[in-house]
Every structure is written in structure tokens, then in C-alpha cells.
Design a protein around this ligand. Sequence first.
Ligand code: HEM
Length: 393
Amino acid sequence: MDSGQTPSPEVLAGTFGHHDEHLDDVFDTYRRLRSECPVGRSDLYGGFWFLSRYDDIYRAEQSVEDYSVQPSMLLPPVGQQRPLIPLDVDPPMLQKYRRIMLPAFAPKEIDRFEPTVRRVAVDLLDRIGDAEGFDASLEYARPFPMTVFAIMAGLPLEDLGRFNEWVERLFYVRTHDFAETERAAAEVCDYFAETWRRRLNEPPRDDLIGRLMAAEIEGRALTEEEFVDYAFLLSAAGLETTAWAVRAAIWHLAQHPEDRRRLAEDPSLMAVATEEFLRCLAPVQGMARTLKNDVDVRGTRMGAGQRVLLLFGSGNRDETVFPDPDTLKIDRVDNPHFAFGVGVHRCLGSNLGRREVRVALEELLKRFPDFHLAPGGEPVWHGVGPLSLVVDR
Ligand code: HEM
């Protein structure tokens, strides 16, 4: 392709990817794909189909007869040897595994836990103190969900540094150095196997680890491997996603004083705004499935055994569902987005995730109603990279 020439939909589709290195201007790509190539095929990660329109993604999410999550929903996977639980498990075992953790993430439980979430945010802001500037990603968005998760799970806070490093190696290295990601996955498994053995010798505790250890499935306790695969997924699912969501919302607010002011003046808008941040700047742009049967979508036949990526990030901006989809409107009310998925695998921690985002933003704006991006850097909207801010006083 000559430089400057607009790539054809086929070329665009052939090199399409949904990870950090492809996301800078992905929303333009999504718009073209939805209109010119709603069912496309990329050559990356061993080759995969992708669906970019809202209705097609919705239907695929509902169709467990045709779409399986094995061997993994993650494309590429995060280096684990066994399926993550419950992410990579199909019904009927899926529901049995989900039942174990659903009560821990029910709205009432999250209400009870909210003061702790708030305290974590306030402590991090206290540490930033009256600095003239700070890195909202490194000093706030990233440590926040990690600390919340460690408290909720009952893991030692001094292990947070290791989680920070694992998140990096699991999610951001897998597209170019899979061996390194496999090593990180093995370390996470060792960590939770050690946790299992330590906790077996301690009195039972009322935290996520305790809940997993006490769980029964089909009339028996979880095996050590099941425990490790579930704990791995819980830790991996809730850290980078929430950090991304908080960072992305702050990235937007740093550039939109009018939105910042509205939210500072009317905090009751925050719940609605949180949904809009999640729609527009979704931390999970796509999740994969594997076809159990041949499936036709819009006249394209996809063969059994092939991988299909459901592009949540594109569905979230589908013009047939969201008027003016590329504008982030903090008061958008009708907002059936895909940030947490919509099928049987719908995010188990969504009540916690959205509460964390809301509380993190509320506390940030209370402390720093005005801030802007530090000059010199051009932080991207996606990922959990640096986000240097200058505080306006
Ligand atoms: C803003 C933050 C979050 C976002 C955007 C998010 C997004 C997602 C998405 C897109 C899925 C897959 C849904 C599908 O393919 O249909 C998922 C699954 C999951 N998430 Fe989250 N998540 C977030 C926070 C959390 C938190 C805090 C936890 C718990 C600590 C969590 C636990 C899970 C689990 C256990 C699954 C697997 C559910 C299953 O396979 O049945 N997530 N999440």
C-alpha cells in the first residue's frame, strides 16, 4: 500500500488488532469496519474473524450453542496452562462456578464495602497531598483497584508490587513476547498455590479467598487447581480493567473542564457519567470465542473451530444504537453498552468495577476540582500508561 492511500476494508481488516498498539485511532477504524466490513478477518494471533456491529455481537453473546469460550476468551491468551475459571468455561459448569462468587459481588455487598473503597481512594489522594502535579495513572488509577482487591480478597498489601508487575507482563507483553507472559502466568499460579497451602493452616476468614476455599461444587470442595484458576482470574479480571477505566475517565476530564465542573457541582451525575466513560473508553475492546459449528453472519460463512472476536468497543459506538456515538456525553441516559459483556459470561465483578470507577472520580474531583494534562506528554486514551497532570489551584 502506498503511504497516504486509504487502505481498503480488506487490508484494514487483515491487519486489525484490538490491543494497545492498535488503539490510538481505533474508533475511526471501527466506523469504517461497521459500514464496509462488519464481518472481517484478521491475520493476527493465528487468524480470527471479528464482528463489529452491535446486533451481531449481541446475538453471538447470547448463542452458547454456536460460540464456546474454549480454549480461552482472551486473544491472545495470558499464558495460562489451564482454562481460567469461570472465564474459559462453557455452560453448564460455568453457572456452577459463577454461583460461588455471585453473592460476594451483589449490589448489597458492594454497598457494605463502599466505605473501604472510598478510604483507599482518599488514602492515595492524601499521599499525593498538595503536589503541583502527579501521575494519575501510576499514583492513583493503578494502585487503587489493586489495594481494593487485596483487601477484599484478604491478600497481604505488601504483595501489591508483584501484582503490579504481573499485570504488566500478562496483559501488555503477550502480543509480542508470549514466553514472558507464560512465565508471569506460572508465577501467578505459584503465588495462589502458596496462598492455598498457607490458608489451609489458618482459621477460616470472611474474604474472597476464604469464600473460594469454603466453596462447594457438585457436592465437593474445589480442588487446589480449581482454586488457583479461579483466584488467578479474579485478580487478573479486576485490576487492569478498573485501572484503565479510572485512568481513561481522568484523561477525558483533564481535557474537558466543562464536564469536570458539572460533575464537581452535581455529584449525582457521576453514576450516569461512569456508564458513559465505560461505553466510550471501554477497557475491554473485545473478547474472543471459538465456533462450535459453521455460522453465517451477514452472508459470510465462518467455519467450526475458528476464532471470532466480539468487538465490544465497536458495538459501544454503533450509530444504530447510540446517537452521536463518538461524542462522550456525561449525561447520556439510555446507555446499553457492552463494557461488561451481555451474555452468560457477563462480568461477575461489574457492580464492584463501576462502583470503584465512580468513587475514584468522586474523591478525585473533591480533592482536585481543576487539573489539566502536563505539557509535553501526549498520553493516549487507552491502557494504563503514565498520565501526568498539573493541578490548577
Ligand atoms: C471497569 C472494570 C471492569 C470491566 C470493564 C470488566 C469487563 C469484563 C468483561 C468485558 C468481561 C467478559 C464478558 C463477556 O465476554 O461476555 C468480564 C468478565 C469477568 N469479570 Fe470483569 N470487568 C471489570 C471489573 C471486574 C472486577 C472488579 C472483577 C472482580 C474482582 C471482575 C471479574 C470478572 C469475572 C470473574 C469475569 C468472568 C465472568 C464469566 O466468565 O462468567 N471484573 N469483565
